[in-house]
Ligand binder design. Sequence first.
Ligand SMILES: [Zn+2]
Length: 337
Amino acid sequence: MDALSCLIDDSSQQDCFEGLKLENFQLTHLTYADDLLVFGKANIKNLELFSNLAGLHLNLHKSTLLISSLANISPSISQALHIHNCSTKISYLGIPISLGRSKISDFSPLIEKVTNLLSDWKAKLLSFAGNWISDGSWSLPPPLSHSIKDTIYAILIAHNCHYHITWDNNENAYFKDFYNEHFSDSDVDWFQLIWHNKYSIRYSSCTWIAINGGLKTVEALRYRNIFIEDTSCPLCLGFLENCSHLLFECDYSFQLITMLIPHFKNFYLRPNIAQALHFIDGLNINRETKNANLLILHAAIYFIWNERNTKKFKGNDVCVTTLYKKISRAIYLKLNK
Ligand SMILES: [Zn+2]
């Protein structure tokens, strides 16, 4: 699809495909998965150009022409393409497309489909109890034995407008009550330092992936039996690339982090992610400043990983000062939202 995209946009040829033009902007095509939407000047020459460069041939049985009544070339295009199926509306991926304004009724099949999917989803995902209660009373499926049914029937659902089935005797239970019951005792002590108050999902997710060994560094890939020829850290070109080197042991990264959070100059040995998080948590500063420092650390990890990818795969790199300014700007925008 990328090659085809380049061919359509190739303006080096004498005759090139003419897209829709508006001042300095030209739109020739849009791609979505393996679908291609082509926009171009409606004339035979343009159609032939597209066919020649793409090598694509129309499936006449599946093709429909939508041509505005304002364009007086409809018959000639229809004849040239041998498509005689002309219409004023078609359905693309279930969405109605027409030359005029769409009516609500045009969307009825789509609404019906979504409604059916939702009812299926409800049936599958509602708890057994949710399915077994109908209009405030038990509605049990036939295969259950009498003894089980009798036991369940004996449980009052509601009495005097008070629910008898509650979550831990709490009639107004929320999802967080369920969550606290099961997940409040986290197995790790850095959980709240990643998902802190004011976290940014983009930055914190990257740290979470990194701390769980999910960044696909050279060393991580080796564990999966994927061997990369160039094993050096792209940022300093000097050491084997692994997560701890890339984020803290690398001079490039650590210089960046100390510029962003000068407290890190106190480290004699370079920390790992968990130690860095606990270090910020232990600083003698108020909670708001701690959260800001955590946000900066997560952003630094995110941008270091991005810089590594840019340098490794595109060959472009920026100096520490430029990256420092980029992160500072991103943090400023986040905090002043
Ligand atoms: Zn390095």
